[in-house]
Write a protein that binds this ligand. Structure first.
Ligand code: PHE
Length: 335
């Protein structure tokens, strides 16, 4: 007796075939799964059901009837399972692809300009109305523009490597935007009336009011007969426009190698209890005019350099400069 010749075996295998096939169809999760199961069990050439049908021929004639009956039952069950599986995955696909037009939409998050950028733009606007054009200069500077031409001698403590970011021989990250004064005067004759905004770098320890990188706005006005009175009125006008009519600023005598006389400019901090320095200013030193080929007997001028972060902080009541660099959306969303 061949193994395929036993009716008992054949019926058992038929049963097993049905169990496996039904499992394959009911567990199929995608149209591809259903198709794979169809090919395996119901495929017309190589399908297992087809093989089971072929087996009929090898059975003894008295078993053929019984086997045939069982076979037809299995065939019907498999075809029904296939139809059911196909319907099920199709419906699922439709559901997955469907768009529920009644759901609320996803609102796109709108970006906005960084508060420092907004401040810079507003400052340029205010000084523009006061007649100042915009100038620019590089952040990687040479010591000529950062020091020599600004009347800062080779032995001056401001050149200390501990206070500057030197790069290769003769170049550095600028420590002040006053470099741009020099670049502007080197490239044009007087009169001059410009502001320049940019980053400056100093190896300061970071705390609530200091950072190793911050922004300055530099102003320079050169003409016949420009006076310290002009400097003070321009800075007061500016402070009132940007910080409000009630803002208080004060000038303290100070020293910078590139201005004489020099002042430090303070503003009364929000809360009104302490003064905070907003920058330095003064009348352009004759040595600076000489370095750029201007005649100090013919022109005078003033210059100022203000910290943009502090202006922005005073305006918006921000108490920690670090908030301006952390890009925390919860902070930025407020501007
Ligand atoms: N460059 C000076 C600083 O960074 C500020 C300044 C600018 C002072 C222009 C006088 C004139 O501290």
């Amino acid at each position: 007796m061949t193994p395929t010749g036993s009716l008992q075996d054949a019926l058992l295998e038929l049963e097993e075939l049905q169990a496996r096939a039904l499992h394959a169809f009911t567990s199929a999760a995608s149209p591809d799964d259903v198709e794979a199961a169809r090919i395996e069990y119901l495929g017309l050439k190589q399908g297992r059901l087809k093989a089971a049908q072929e087996r009929l021929k090898s059975l003894p004639s008295d078993g053929k009837k019984e086997y045939g009956r069982q076979f037809n039952g299995v065939k019907q069950a498999l075809e029904a399972a296939f139809d059911a599986a196909r319907g099920r995955v199709e419906r699922k696909k439709v559901a997955d692809d469907a768009v529920d037009v009644t759901l609320p939409g996803i609102a796109p998050r709108l970006g906005r300009r960084h508060p420092l950028t907004q401040t810079a733009e507003e400052l340029i606007d205010i000084f523009g109305r006061l007649g100042f054009a915009v100038a620019r200069g590089p952040e990687v500077e040479d010591v000529h523009h950062n020091f020599d031409a600004l009347n800062i001698p080779p032995v001056h403590p401001a050149r200390d490597p501990l206070d500057n970011f030197y790069l290769s021989e003769g170049s550095m990250l600028r420590s002040q935007t006053s470099t741009i004064q020099i670049r502007v005067m080197e490239s044009q004759p007087p009169p001059v009336r410009v502001v320049a905004i940019g980053r400056v770098y100093r190896p300061d320890t970071v705390d609530a009011t200091h950072s190793f990188m911050f922004h300055q706005i530099e102003g320079l006005m050169v003409d016949d007969g420009v006076t310290m009175g002009d400097l003070k009125s321009i800075l007061r006008l500016f402070a009132k426009s940007y910080l409000g009519e009630d803002v208080q600023i004060r000038f303290r005598p100070s020293f910078f190698p590139f201005t004489e006389p020099s002042v430090e400019v303070d503003m009364l901090w929000h809360g009104g209890r302490r003064w905070v320095e907003m920058g330095g200013a003064g009348m352009v030193d004759p040595n600076v005019f000489k370095a750029v080929g201007y005649d100090p007997e013919r022109v005078t001028g003033f210059a100022f350099g203000l910290g943009i972060e502090r202006l922005c902080m005073r305006r918006h009541g921000i108490d920690d400069i670090r908030l301006l660099y952390q890009n925390d959306v919860r902070f930025l969303d407020q501007f």
